[in-house]
Design a protein around this ligand. Structure first.
Ligand SMILES: O=C(O)C(=O)C[C@]1(C(=O)O)C=C[C@@H](O)C=C1
Length: 284
């Protein structure tokens, strides 16, 4: 049976670009928000959900991480990494200069990736945040007002917009990681070569004491387990309470990971695995 793939939509988002590159043949369903997409996987309305996880310039997509940690626990089955190029999109009828643009619409992450450009060239324009870059492009296509969207070439094509300025992101090596979420591994078919394997752990420390994080990291370090990311997020139980999300650059195994878990649990930590999965780096 063909898997149903959900993504942060509407058409023309970077998530849709990632989904189109990674999956072919499957049916694709657009969701307006990240929580709606994750909820649909949880409710078995779709088999797979694809949502943004982290951008090279702006960092973690907090909404995705917090939703996966606090609301709905669905394993990460794969990670897709795609290059990100942000363009300034206007209606084909817009004939003014950049200084005539009154508003710039986009997703907060896309706006953040272009802060310097906006500061230098569009300081008069009001910044308006949308649920995705595709949504911003759709809005620009539906009005006669002198407004612009930040988005990709697919959005320009999908909504018939003109790219008034290409490549407006502030740093060149721009990529975003997308999480492929599913309850069932068999639903995820990505026909690309695997670049690496990763395991993401959620670790809660028992209480704030000197050297706690050092002890946690030691459990990985003396086993020579390479970490590619460590990030703390509030537990939402009060100021000063954090959990850590740790990416380990290797797949789960039956010796090292149980060893780490046992050691950390002996220290009073709680360890939860958010996924052990292949990473696919793609050109879109
Ligand atoms: O709005 C989109 O196009 C998305 O897919 C979301 C998102 C993000 O959340 O980071 C994805 C990639 C880009 O970094 C900008 C926006």
């Amino acid at each position: 049976m063909t898997a149903k793939i959900g993504y942060l939509g509407p058409k023309g988002t970077f998530t849709k670009l990632a989904v189109d590159t990674a999956f072919n043949g499957e049916t694709k369903h657009s969701f307006d928000t990240i929580p709606e997409c994750i909820d649909a996987v949880e409710a078995d309305e779709i088999d797979v959900g694809v949502v943004p996880l982290e951008n090279a310039i702006e960092g973690t997509v907090q909404l995705t991480v917090d939703y996966l940690v606090h609301q709905v626990r669905i394993p990460i089955m794969s990670e897709i990494v795609v290059p990100i190029q942000q363009h300034l999109l206007v209606s084909p009828d817009f004939s003014g200069a950049l200084t005539d643009v009154e508003e710039v619409h986009s997703h907060s992450h896309a706006i953040a990736q272009c802060h310097q450009y906006l500061h230098k060239h569009l300081s008069q324009a009001r910044l308006c945040y949308t649920s995705s870059t595709g949504k911003a492009a759709q809005m620009v296509s539906e009005t006669n007002k002198p407004i612009a969207a930040i988005g990709n070439k697919l959005a320009a094509k999908t909504y018939g917009l003109r790219m008034i300025q290409e490549d407006i992101h502030d740093f060149p090596n721009n990529h975003t990681r997308f999480a492929v979420l599913s309850k069932n591994k068999a639903s995820v078919h990505i026909n690309h070569s695997v670049q690496s394997e990763k395991t993401t752990l959620l670790i809660t420390l028992p209480s704030d004491y000197a050297g706690a994080l050092h002890q946690v990291l030691s459990a990985f370090s003396w086993r020579k387990m390479n970490l590619s990311k460590i990030e703390s997020r509030p537990m939402k139980t009060g100021l000063g309470n954090y959990f850590f999300i740790i990416d380990v650059n290797q797949p789960y195994d039956d010796v090292l990971f149980p060893g780490v878990r046992g050691e950390l649990e002996a220290l009073g930590c709680k360890v939860t695995m958010l996924g052990t999965y292949p990473v696919y780096q793609m050109d879109v």
